[in-house]
Design a protein around this ligand. Structure first.
Ligand SMILES: O=C(O)CCC(=O)C(=O)O
Length: 249
């Protein structure tokens, strides 16, 4: 990781607090990206077939991986990555406390068939109060305008939780009841080179389009909360209902 003035870069913290999303170039070095990719390939090939269904969501072909879930539980390499001291030091000021690794997962967005992600706020899934929780979204493949980048609405994290509805999308079961009013050209598009990352707040509205290109758009996600957060029963009830409709959520 090569972040100016890390840990606790003032610019990074200020950008995150104002916008609810920041870009971190070079979050992983090229050799670290290559190691993560190799381990994901091996894990999908050798481990995934014998793991429970909650380890993944498949695309509509019922074969290609859309998401890997719970890598922190099922895989030592990714549990160790999520526990790296330099990463925890970067995250601590953003979650206003001691970071707890909650999830390591992927959004594979495979070539040609990668499905879209409806507009949502992650805290509809995480259900934490106060909302001191975030996602580090690391590009393993290049993310281009064409292959389904994630669009974020800057500042939306400051406006609280919006009404939700079940989306019916496998892997993203709960979405916003109403589409965001901000036009796409005014949203922040997370264009990334391999190893770059974005960090977004759990209330930041975001979404992505399907990938119709011949280029895969693999993202590796590390999710953290502050150790002081607690589950909000109202958010949890809405999430459980949506997840039951399209398992695993
Ligand atoms: O990778 C994507 O397309 C969507 C990612 C997402 O929804 C998230 O990071 O919470």
């Amino acid at each position: 990781m090569n972040i100016p003035h890390h840990p606790g870069s003032a610019a990074l913290v200020a950008g995150y607090e104002t916008d609810g999303v920041v870009r971190v170039p070079g979050f992983l070095q090229p050799d670290e990206v290559a190691a993560a990719r190799a381990e994901l390939d091996r894990y999908i090939r050798e481990d995934l077939p014998s793991l429970p269904p909650d380890a993944r969501t498949l695309e509509k072909d019922d074969h290609t991986v859309r998401n890997l879930w719970r890598l922190e539980k099922y895989n030592e390499f990714f549990r160790a990555l999520g526990g790296r001291r330099d990463i925890l030091a970067l995250i601590a000021p953003l979650v206003n406390g001691d970071p707890v690794l909650c999830a390591v997962e992927t959004f594979n967005k495979p070539a040609l068939i990668g499905s879209g992600v409806p507009p949502h706020q992650d805290n509809a899934y995480f259900c934490q109060t106060p909302p001191d929780m975030l996602t580090v979204w690391i590009a393993i493949d290049a993310v281009t305008e064409a292959n389904g980048p994630v669009f974020f609405i800057k500042g939306s994290h400051l406006e609280g939780m919006r009404p939700t509805r079940p989306s019916g999308v496998r892997g993203n079961s709960i979405g916003l009841a109403e589409s965001p009013a901000v036009p796409l050209p005014e949203q922040y598009c997370g264009l990334l080179q391999p190893g770059d990352a974005t960090i977004h707040h759990c209330q930041t509205t975001h979404h992505s389009a399907p990938n119709t290109t011949p280029h895969s758009r693999l993202g590796l996600l590390l999710v953290y909360r502050g150790s002081h957060t607690r589950t909000d029963p109202a958010l949890q009830a809405a999430y459980s209902a949506a997840a039951a409709a399209t398992p695993p959520a």
